[in-house]
Write a protein that binds this ligand. Sequence first.
Ligand SMILES: [Zn+2]
Length: 188
Amino acid sequence: MAHSRAFLDQLASEHQSPDTLYIGCADSRVIPELLTTSAPGELFVVRNVANLVPPADHAHSSVGAALEYAIQALHVSHIVVCGHYGCGGVKAMIEGVAPSMPELKSWLSEATLANAAARERTADSEEQWRDAVEENVLDQLANLPSYPCVRDRLAAKTLTLHGWVYDLKGGLHVYDHDAGVFREPSST
Ligand SMILES: [Zn+2]
């Protein structure tokens, strides 16, 4: 991605004012600016393994810190939680984490999926893995209102939450709240 010197100078001379907080997976293939065709300055980005939003007051506060800053200092109007099919983090929730990775095990234990439904699944099934990826995104959306700053902005109707899953083979799938399914935007 190349930008002119003048554009970069302009960005440096202004405060950032992104409209969207993007929370996505650390997977090297899922690049938020590429899949949303966003320019520098447009997305405030948090990426971690399996795009988790631990509930407020949990031990892992990095996401909460970014949430508070994005909402209270940057006044974003949208929060996107974006998972992706083929997510190794979600697979690890289903299959378990090797003892040699205690930090990863601790991190994934924040996920509802890792503690409940995953026990009934197997990542050998492509369909169940895809379902788990989608369910994990919905779990994170459900955790967002545990943060008072999110709750307040939702009550004021000045914040919109979005659930996405990126398909490396076929683009974005967006959660349709009315239909209760993830689908390609063009098919709605
Ligand atoms: Zn992932």
